[in-house]
Design a protein around this ligand. Sequence first.
Ligand SMILES: Cc1ncc(COP(=O)(O)O)c(C=O)c1O
Length: 396
Amino acid sequence: MNSKMDEKIKGVMPTYGRQPVCFVKGKGMWLIDDLGDCYMDMVSGVAVNALGHCSEVMINALQEQAKELIHVSNLYWNKPQVELADKLLSLSGGDFKDVFFCNSGTEALEGAIKLCKKFGNQKNKSKLLFMSNSFHGRSTGALAITGQPKYQLPFGALLQGCISVPLNDGDELKKALDEHGDEIASVFIEPIQGEGGVIQVEDSFLKEIEAFCKEKEAILVFDEVQCGAGRLGTYYAYQSFSVKPDVVCMAKGLGGGVPIGAIIANQKASVFEKSDHGSTFGGNPLMCAVSLAVTDKIAESAFLEQVKETSKYIVEQLGLMKAEALIKDYRGKGLLLGIVVDSPNQFVQKAHDNKLLLVAAGSDAVRILPPLNTTLEDAKQFMELLRVVAHSFVLE
Ligand SMILES: Cc1ncc(COP(=O)(O)O)c(C=O)c1O
């Protein structure tokens, strides 16, 4: 590996396909490795670093809260947790009733599965519907509703009663709902599949699911772990669609770089009672204070407007690249964008060789996940570098 860490990496389990680089410092959209090389980061910790690396907003919140209180268990109340819940509920404009805090996207999904199981248990419904090609996390529960055999198969039997339909296939959806409708407790969906290849769910498909959940009293869960927290230009991803879910799962950009997740439920879905769920670290004052500062910033209307403007510019530029046959296609919304290329992994490698960080998604796409505070100037710099990479990729 190209790093001073060479000798020590054997001590970490080999679960990730990592690039041979070790980063030691970051600012905004830039990262520096331990050999002093500088990279433009369009991965943002996979949609986590909403304000870029080491933003003043986060540093200040971390420092201020660390001086007051870092951790106190959920045997007691702490102010940042209560204030963050209040903020998240007010950003929904009254769509939701309450929040459970955890530490990651997987935990948010795992908790939402439990919530739906309890809801279903009360109504004699035991099935969970999910989409093929989805990604909801790596615990055994979240894996059971992750529609990608490559992640599920090594682990044998998972949670029972999980059934999938192909995303955006109205006929298959209807078939599944006709066959299992009365037994379905909940439907899990990413409004835009991120890891699966930046694939957007169609409005008509979402509407069918929403209508079913209303009619049959099932819970509609939006997994906004990757596409939420401002990434689509609205605070919640569902606010960019014409459908209201009963539960939203959040993480990643919710903390901007500190580990936090949340399950946010409306009146109908809020079935957790005392002792039903818990987490030692979830809602910890340090994480919540930082998340509150990040959320306050993202939710400013000028900030969300900038996300849309930057997105518009990048999308226009990708359109030009497509017209010039530098990429095959592009898709996505806001600052969750993907380009379609032959051999995404090789494209990511080519970008890496040019000191540009990108991440592959699905079978045919490369994700572009800039920090949400990327300015037009930053975006221009990015597009110049992306063009260099694409030119050398198509010439090879
Ligand atoms: C849509 C979605 N859900 C859940 C997860 C799991 O989140 P985490 O890695 O924080 O556990 C991810 C992670 O990429 C995700 O993209």
